[in-house]
Design a binder for this molecule. Structure first.
Ligand code: F6R
Length: 260
């Protein structure tokens, strides 16, 4: 597992954007899994800047979002549909018919999940999955004790996740939906490449467990140790509990790279 530690949040966001941009340039019809959440605000801003100033071309790219809250209409300001269009899709030249986000209003969420999983397969699988991480180590909305063999399905959010995400619902945890449709751990692990971003000391314990802990379903992100091409991009607060590794410090660049 490769770990890039950036001095600041902005550098972390730029490092992640460089990886996403390289993927788009190398494979213009590449397929992404995309996250929402506070951590990736800076990543989307930087990608929009690269599109405007450097001509980064998203016209051939396809995207699958990791998750969506069940019951929120797409025009609800706290829905992940709304987030993605406001913060990214409306500002780049991605083709609308290549954007997929789970349909949270589907009458049959199970059926919607199966169709979503099939759509990923039919598209050829995910080239690069971009992830955030929950304080409890969730990836997507795969909460502790999710089976590693899980695929896209309806899930219940953990209490800690509901509390953490209340900030996107005016601070009111009662307004946070209790269920979502989420890609599964296996769906994510089948991606050819994975990049996970984390920022802030509140993520440092989960990051420590992701890198150094046993691979266990009580910390879903620990499964990433088993992926052949996984990079964590952290700010120094999120990295503060990591044991140092022997290699790769680049003084003055604002980042250091470690391999575990
Ligand atoms: C959201 C998602 C979640 C978030 C995680 C971190 O689409 O899949 O796993 O990435 O909850 O959220 P923030 O960045 O808000 O701390």
């Amino acid at each position: 597992m490769k770990v890039i530690v950036a001095d600041e949040y902005e550098i972390m966001s730029r490092e992640a954007a460089k990886i996403v941009a390289a993927e788009v340039r190398n494979k213009p019809d590449c397929i992404f899994a995309l996250p929402t959440g506070g951590t990736v605000f800076g990543l989307y801003e930087e990608l929009i800047r690269m599109h405007r100033e450097e001509g980064l071309d998203f016209s051939g790219v396809s995207t699958f979002n990791l998750d969506e809250y069940i019951g929120l209409p797409p025009d609800h300001p706290s829905s992940y549909h709304y987030y993605m269009y406001e913060r990214f899709f409306n500002h780049v030249n991605i083709s609308r018919d290549r954007i997929r986000i789970p349909n949270a209003l589907a009458e049959d969420p199970e059926g919607e999940s199966v169709a979503y999983e099939w759509a990923i397969k039919r598209a050829g699988g995910i080239d690069l999955a971009v992830l955030g991480i929950g304080r409890n180590g969730h990836i997507g909305f795969n909460e502790p004790r999710t089976e590693f063999g899980s695929v896209t399905r309806p899930i219940y959010l953990a209490k800690r996740t509901i509390e953490a995400n209340a900030r996107f619902f005016g601070g009111d945890s009662d307004s946070v939906p209790r269920q979502a449709i989420s890609m599964g751990i296996r769906t994510i692990m089948n991606s050819r490449r994975i990049v996970l971003l984390a920022s802030g000391t509140e993520k440092s314990r989960a990051i420590n467990q992701t890198v150094h802990g046993p691979v266990t379903d009580t910390v879903p992100s620990s499964v990433l140790q088993l992926h052949p091409d996984c990079t964590l991009i952290l700010d120094k607060e999120a990295a503060c509990e990591l044991e140092p590794s022997a290699n790769g410090f680049v003084p003055g660049s604002g980042t250091k790279t470690m391999v575990y």
